[in-house]
Write a protein that binds this ligand. Structure first.
Ligand SMILES: Cc1cc2nc3c(=O)[nH]c(=O)nc-3n(C[C@H](O)[C@H](O)[C@H](O)COP(=O)(O)OP(=O)(O)OC[C@H]3O[C@@H](n4cnc5c(N)ncnc54)[C@H](O)[C@@H]3O)c2cc1C
Length: 134
């Protein structure tokens, strides 16, 4: 008999966890109280991009979805500080060839939900009252 799992919240962790659980043989249902982010106009809301570093990539690599996310990320090898005298000072975020990666939070969440559905076989239930729906 197939094991089943319920995840509350279709955020970054819930969507990624769905892929992990499905790889472990679970049939996954995710309950989310907000409207489906993939159908909402993300650009209309305020959103700060995420800065993804090694730890984030490692989690994505583990379930084999890192290549898909790299397509929607931008490398940030460093930043430039402007001091009061107008001088600029470059500060790298890592060693030569390393970077952290800027990803739209909403875009990443939407992509992770797609991946949870296609790679994790997860079913989403968008509901304002999770406990009544289970
Ligand atoms: C301003 C800001 C900047 C950040 N910058 C970075 C960064 O640069 N790099 C980085 O790695 N991390 C960053 N973080 C942290 C990162 O956003 C979180 O670690 C990540 O979003 C956590 O994912 P999550 O799935 O646990 O939670 P969330 O993404 O918050 O998702 C939780 C989901 O659960 C749903 N939910 C909650 N309660 C219920 C309920 N009762 N029933 C149904 N659904 C429910 C919510 O609607 C939501 O969709 C930042 C966080 C903030 C606030």
């Amino acid at each position: 008999m197939q094991k089943s799992a319920i995840i509350i919240g279709a955020g970054l962790v819930g969507s990624l966890w769905a892929v992990f659980l499905s790889k472990a043989g679970y049939k996954v249902t995710i309950y989310e109280r907000r409207p489906d982010i993939r159908k909402a106009d993300i650009s209309a809301g305020k959103s700060i991009n995420l800065a993804m570093s090694f730890r984030g990539w490692k989690a994505l690599e583990t379930v084999g979805v890192d290549d898909e996310i790299r397509k929607i990320s931008i490398a940030m090898p460093g930043r430039i500080m402007h001091d009061l005298d107008g001088k600029q000072n470059y500060q790298p975020y890592g060693k030569e060839g390393q970077a952290i990666y800027s990803v739209s939070r909403g875009g990443l969440n939407a992509k992770m939900m797609d991946i949870a559905e296609t790679k994790g076989g997860a079913k989403f239930s968008i509901t304002t009252n999770v406990w009544m729906s289970i």
